[in-house]
Design a protein around this ligand. Structure first.
Ligand code: VG1
Ligand code: CO
Length: 545
């Protein structure tokens, strides 16, 4: 017998979703009813869930399985007709988006804190995706937050746990729970977009080696199935391919600092020709050539410029979209192609309307996120396959492709500096002080730089007219250079300040400079303007990319 229990509860004040869902330390989520409150708040904020289908899965981090059992029983008690859950509780973020779309689901709950570390004392997260497969827009996340502040009870089925490891259906009350292969739908979709035969030829040609690093996070099973099994890459191509609850103690964040295991393989003279890493939930990618790092902003620009070489994009792009702090390299490609390049706030949720309205085909963020209209999330392995498809057609090295791109379009030198886990008070104060100084900045000169505009970025969605304000402080100079300051909306400890710096260089003879050297005066200027070092008490950023 299974009965619906109605349990009384009290609101928690801190359940406001950030850039991508609610992220907190595991012990916070383990407080009595903490997860239950948030899940019930999600269900209460949605209209018409009765008999609908819900998709559930996560990146396999610590607390994933316990959370899924709770969510399944709550989904059943709240009247969903069917719940699709990835085997072992696993679904990468892009795979979840794919499964939601393919099955016409009402929405999905993805359990992940993405690039944040996992483990009993580390991070956990919950995000809700809507029926287009994409992150819930702000209208919904605000409604969820409002609901968490007034919640008094939640509903849960009194039933035994579902076996998450066995593929097949079970009944939870009136709800069918179907455990599905977590890779199949996703891998099948990739085959429709890319020329697998050409990539397979490249990988078996004997003179092209790749290394895929899953950083012990969710892409392990996906990468192994796609690269080693379908594309016949040698066993061992995927390293750190077994998802671990604590990601082996590392940050599952594909950048030059945290993906050191990949960097070590790629930055040597006889290293592989192509390398890539992905993050905790599989939506990010870092692409490397031998001894060569591809900036995510450049990666988006290169994919856009070469899109018609790839079957899924043969007929061209309707437009490109990038987040505001992403470099303007994609804008140059859009200009040449005669298409629009949209500039949105940070966070994938802002791309959803543009993709649904077919205003953009490719989207990207400087934070190693790239994706397209095939789903409504960024997609790490999709970007890797896109690169491999281009490499299979062009038969050039990664480095040559990027350098040729710079020679054609000019180079946008670009870097992001993160000051992680700094004190919240001073960081917020720093942003306030900057905000106060913006009005007087235009026209001022700093060394050779003259300020053309200075504002706090505000975005009006061209499809539904919704407005997002206070999305990052931008100081733009007359030569097109930019300095941007934002506070992260995904951290769980203190504040994280992000500084983004960009400078355009048309002269190809200057494209080989080291990025930090090429940006040194702007970085120095950013410190003078914002007093970053004084505010944070640090003389170095935590991470430079
Ligand atoms: C960061 C990135 C942003 C990305 C977000 C979620 O947000 O900057 O571009 O969309 O993480 O990505 P923030 O607010 O910390 O700067 V993921 O891969 O964590 O879902
Ligand atoms: Co992620």
């Amino acid at each position: 017998m299974t009965t619906v229990q109605t349990v009384s509860t009290q609101p928690y004040p801190d359940q406001k979703p950030g850039t991508s869902g609610l992220r907190k330390k595991v012990p916070t989520f383990q407080q009595p009813n903490y997860l239950q409150n948030f899940i019930q708040a999600i269900f209460d904020s949605l209209d018409g869930i009765q008999n609908q289908t819900l998709v559930v899965g996560g990146d396999g981090r610590y607390y994933n399985r316990e959370a899924i059992q709770i969510i399944l029983k709550m989904a059943a008690a709240n009247g969903f007709g069917k719940v699709l859950v990835g085997q072992g509780g696993i679904l990468s973020t892009p795979a979840a988006s794919c499964v939601i779309r393919k099955n016409g689901a009402f929405g999905g709950i993805i359990l992940s804190a993405s690039h944040n570390p996992g483990g009993p004392k580390e991070d956990f997260g919950v995000k809700y995706n809507v029926s287009n497969g994409g992150p819930a827009p702000e209208k919904i996340t605000s409604a969820i937050f409002d609901r968490t502040k007034t919640i008094t009870e939640y509903k849960i089925l009194d039933a035994s746990d579902v076996d998450l490891d066995r593929i097949g259906s079970t009944q939870l009350g009136h709800t069918t729970v179907e455990v599905i292969d977590c890779v199949a739908d996703y891998a099948a979709q990739m085959e429709t977009l890319f020329d697998f035969a050409a990539i397979q030829d490249l990988l078996s040609s004997g003179n092209f080696r790749i290394c895929i690093d899953s950083l012990h996070a969710v892409t392990g099973p996906y990468a192994t199935a796609i690269f080693e099994r379908r594309l016949n890459a040698p066993a061992g191509t995927v390293q750190n391919g077994v998802p671990l609850e604590d990601f082996g103690g590392g940050h599952p964040d594909p950048n030059l600092v945290y993906a050191k295991s990949l960097v070590d393989v790629m930055f040597q003279d006889d290293g592989p020709d192509f390398g890539a890493a992905s993050d905790g939930d599989g939506d990010r990618n870092m692409v490397l050539g031998r001894n060569f790092f591809v900036t995510p902003s450049d990666s988006l620009a290169v994919l856009a410029a070469n899109a018609t070489l790839v079957p899924g994009y043969r007929s061209g792009l309707t437009g490109i979209a990038r987040s505001m702090p992403t470099s303007q390299a994609p804008d140059r490609v859009a200009e040449k192609l005669g298409i629009e390049c949209y500039e949105t706030p940070t966070g994938w949720k802002f791309f959803g309307n543009l993709l649904d309205a077919d205003k953009a085909t490719l989207c990207g963020e400087e934070s190693f996120g790239t994706g397209s209209n095939h789903i409504r999330e960024k997609d790490g392995l999709w970007a890797v396959l896109f690169w491999l498809n281009i490499l299979a057609v062009k038969k050039q090295s990664v480095e040559d492709i990027v350098k040729e791109h710079w020679a054609t379009y000019g180079r946008n030198f670009y870097s992001r500096h993160d000051y992680e886990a700094v004190a919240s008070g001073p960081a917020t104060q720093m942003m306030e002080t900057l905000r106060g100084a913006l009005a007087s900045m235009p026209g001022q000169t700093f060394g050779k730089y003259e300020v053309a505009y200075a504002d706090d970025f505000s975005y009006t969605d061209p499809v539904d007219g919704s407005v997002a304000s206070k999305q990052g402080i931008r100081i733009g100079f007359t030569d097109g250079s930019r300095i941007i300051f934002r506070l992260s909306g995904t951290g769980t400890e203190g504040a994280t300040i992000r500084l983004y710096v960009e400078r355009y260089e048309a002269d190809a003879s200057k494209h080989d400079q080291d990025t930090q050297a090429a940006l040194a005066d702007l970085i120095q200027l950013a410190d003078e303007i914002a007093q970053l070092k004084a505010t944070t008490g640090r003389d170095q950023p935590t991470v430079i990319t």
